[in-house]
Design a binder for this molecule. Structure first.
Ligand code: AMP
Ligand code: ZN
Length: 112
């Protein structure tokens, strides 16, 4: 289920361009427009939900699927020496896009 007012849903539908690095029927991975590391990808499920706690069983399955796929995608995109996964949840974490996404940060030593 996608949401008409959500920027990541618009990217999934192709209404907003993105630098895609991986796509299948369940997930999309594209480059973050304001990279916070040398390599900064965002993995999004092709279902709209805002927070982990809002994910139903199918949604949790998608998170599990993304975590299963991410290592290979990261390795092929400059993160062969390691990477960090970040999932911001809500205001205190600074979440700005309310469509669950997994940040993949790497391509350098992450000294923070
Ligand atoms: P968060 O702060 O965890 O909600 O992360 C949202 C991320 O989405 C930020 O790192 C933004 O730079 C990124 N972002 C916002 N709009 C776009 C876009 N159109 N294409 C790619 N990344 C985006
Ligand atoms: Zn969405």
């Amino acid at each position: 289920m996608l949401n008409n007012d959500c920027i990541f849903c618009k990217i999934i539908k192709g209404e907003i361009p993105s630098a895609k690095v991986y796509e299948d029927d369940k997930m999309l991975v594209f480059k973050d427009i304001e990279p916070k590391a040398k390599e900064h990808l965002l993995a999004v499920a092709k279902t709209h939900f805002k927070l982990l706690e809002e994910a139903d069983e199918a949604g949790r399955g998608l998170v599990d699927y993304m975590l299963f796929k991410i290592p290979g995608i990261a390795r092929k995109n400059g993160c062969e020496n390691g990477y960090r996964l970040v999932i911001n949840q809500g205001a205190d974490a600074g979440q700005t896009v309310f469509h669950l996404h997994i940040h993949i940060l790497g391509g350098q030593t992450l000294d923070w």
